[in-house]
Design a protein around this ligand. Structure first.
Ligand code: HEC
Length: 102
């Protein structure tokens, strides 16, 4: 019993250490509020928002930049535009890099 508790604690510890070493892209994804619509691990909680985990980096960067500039503009893009306006191209690269590795 005690051993199992210790094993559990060890697992928790390694999990939290994992998040301390988290990617800069992951931190930005949290800080910029992307998590609200695209989910903590890039899987959206609602069918109206796309899943973004595991997508190709190049594609993610292109979509975010196109939404930011208005080149991609359909009925749903407006939801993203206000958010992505506050994300620099460099930050977009970092977030896309992290998302592509999920
Ligand atoms: C208010 C909800 C909302 C928030 C917050 C939000 N998004 Fe989005 N996102 C959307 C919607 C809706 C779309 C689809 C837009 C369209 O159809 O043009 C989208 C599209 C995308 C796409 C393109 C997906 C694809 O398959 O083409 C990426 C990448 C993305 N968002 C990343 C982000 C990142 C990174 C953040 C944080 C900086 C963020 N989003 C914040 C709602 C949101």
């Amino acid at each position: 019993m005690k051993l199992r508790f210790l094993a559990g604690m060890f697992m928790l510890l390694s999990l939290s250490l994992g998040s301390v070493q988290a990617d800069e892209g992951a931190d930005l994804y949290q800080a910029k509020g992307c998590v609200t619509c695209h989910g903590a691990a890039g899987i959206s909680p609602a069918p109206i928002w796309p899943n973004v985990a595991g997508q190709h980096k190049q594609y993610l960067v292109a979509q975010m930049k196109d939404i930011k500039t208005g080149k991609r503009n359909n009925g749903m893009s407006v939801t993203m535009q206000a958010i992505i306006a506050a994300v620099s191209d460099e930050e977009i690269e970092k977030i896309a890099d992290w998302l592509s590795k999920l």
